[in-house]
Design a protein around this ligand. Structure first.
Ligand SMILES: [Ca+2]
Ligand SMILES: [Ca+2]
Ligand SMILES: [Ca+2]
Length: 428
């Protein structure tokens, strides 16, 4: 077994952090307050003389540890376990006195810099009640509020890009929801703090996100993330050094662990394409044979062996040697993780957004189209190309086909010369 760990000495902090993981609410859970930076508490809303959640004065520590659960008190439902919590209700609180309390899990930062905070939010008991509300605060500033319907057992992921200083407080709170009914309010709320790792050769950042997720969902989820102002996409290793950086630095060393990459055989014909990032649409493999322009693949053993229907999605071995595949080697997988396709998450690559703009004249329209590795680009037009000209947004709708956005401007709308440009609007 080969494991590789890269340790970063973080500035303005005493901690040396190995690889990307800084904190994990489930893995770091314990019966000791403050261990691993995690604290277990609550906000007694009904007893708060000054309405509103105040990080400094309103967080009270749970005092009862029963061997597996932290409780705010004997007479309330307010409690926390490794991956979930339960609030108390102000209107209906089955079997216990009514009183509004949030369950609050706190992490106190030991690090400084830009980080990702992400996890999953879902209802645990979907049988009754009025739902719950999950919230994230950074030193009391609300970063996220997500209302969960009573029956939302599937829930959803969240990700936040945050700037942290040492001793900053991240609070993950669960309230009884809209109407104070705490029936069936057990709520999954996980939190991971990590720092994507930068490969100095190209400046890109890479991150492993643990999630039980299909390849199509991972493609969307990766594109919704950003880090250091850079948009994310499902990772695309186009060379051996890039693939090595990912597999060595984000490898887990655990048995039976693979992660999604941004490759797919979209037509089920052995023609593999990168379908995320700036390489989107470019072929990289014909069955197991590398193709131009990258001339790089890292299939292992008999892969791609297409042993199941729709085994057309690319996964990377990030664990240990598995069925003859060494760490860093690729295999084709069906879109959903399974025992034979043991995918435990996805790899995100963050890089400077680019877009290429093309214009083609059709008989009835000017067809403006572009490819990009990021959302957040918008099309603009002007009669004068100077920077000070009046540029007008063309708000679409844009068709999206084969990785290209497309907009058709009917010729009758074209007067004289017309110029087009793409603007990147995503906030840093
Ligand atoms: Ca509720
Ligand atoms: Ca890449
Ligand atoms: Ca396979």
């Amino acid at each position: 077994m080969k494991t590789a760990i890269v340790c970063l000495l973080l500035t303005a902090a005493t901690a040396t952090v190995c690889a990307q993981n800084i904190a994990d609410s489930a893995a770091g859970y314990s019966g000791t307050q403050g261990l691993n930076g995690w604290w277990y508490g609550y906000y007694d809303v009904s007893g708060d003389a000054v309405p509103g959640y105040d990080t400094t004065n309103d967080f009270a520590q749970c005092t009862i540890w029963d061997g597996s659960i932290w409780w705010a008190g004997d007479s309330v439902w307010t409690s926390l376990v490794a991956s979930s919590g339960h609030p108390n209700g102000s209107v209906n609180n089955p079997g216990r006195p009514t009183r509004e309390q949030w369950a609050v899990r706190r992490w106190v930062s030991t690090v400084t810099g830009a980080f990702q905070v992400y996890g999953h939010i879902a209802k645990e008991n979907t049988a009754c009640g009025d739902g719950t509300t999950a919230m994230v605060f950074l030193n009391g500033t609300n970063l996220l509020t997500r209302s969960l319907a009573a029956g939302d057992g599937a829930g959803s992921d969240y990700s936040l890009e945050v700037q942290l200083q040492a001793n900053d407080m991240l609070d993950f709170a669960i309230s009884a929801g809209c109407c104070g009914d705490a029936g069936c309010d057990g709520t999954t709320f996980t939190a991971v703090v990590d720092r994507p790792l930068q490969w100095t050769v190209n400046g890109h950042y890479y991150e492993l996100v643990r999630a039980n997720i299909s390849w199509p969902a991972a493609l969307v989820a990766a594109s919704s993330r950003s880090y250091a102002g850079l948009p994310g996409h499902l990772a695309v290793p186009t060379s051996a050094p890039e693939n090595d950086f990912i597999s060595l630095n984000l490898g887990t060393g655990n048995p039976t662990e693979f992660a999604w990459l941004g490759g797919r055989a979209p037509n089920d014909d052995g023609i593999w394409r990168w379908v995320s990032g700036p390489e989107s649409g470019t072929q990289f493999s014909s069955w197991a044979t590398a193709t131009a322009p990258y001339n790089y693949v890292n299939w292992g053993g008999v892969e791609p062996n297409h042993s199941k229907p729709d085994e057309n999605y690319l996964m990377l071995n990030i664990g240990q040697i598995y069925n003859g595949l060494t760490v860093g080697q690729w295999a084709d997988a069906a879109p959903n993780p399974s025992l034979s396709d043991p995918v435990i998450g996805y790899l995100v690559e963050y890089e400077v957004p680019i877009a290429q703009l093309f214009i083609r004249m059709a008989p009835d329209a000017a067809v403006v189209y572009w490819s990009t590795n990021a959302s957040g680009f918008s099309l603009q037009t002007a009669a004068d190309p100077s920077p000070t000209a009046a540029w007008f947004a063309i708000n679409g709708p844009y068709a999206l086909e084969s990785g290209f956005y497309e907009f058709r401007l009917p010729l009758v709308n074209l007067l004289h010369k017309q110029y087009f440009r793409l603007r990147y609007n995503r906030p840093p």
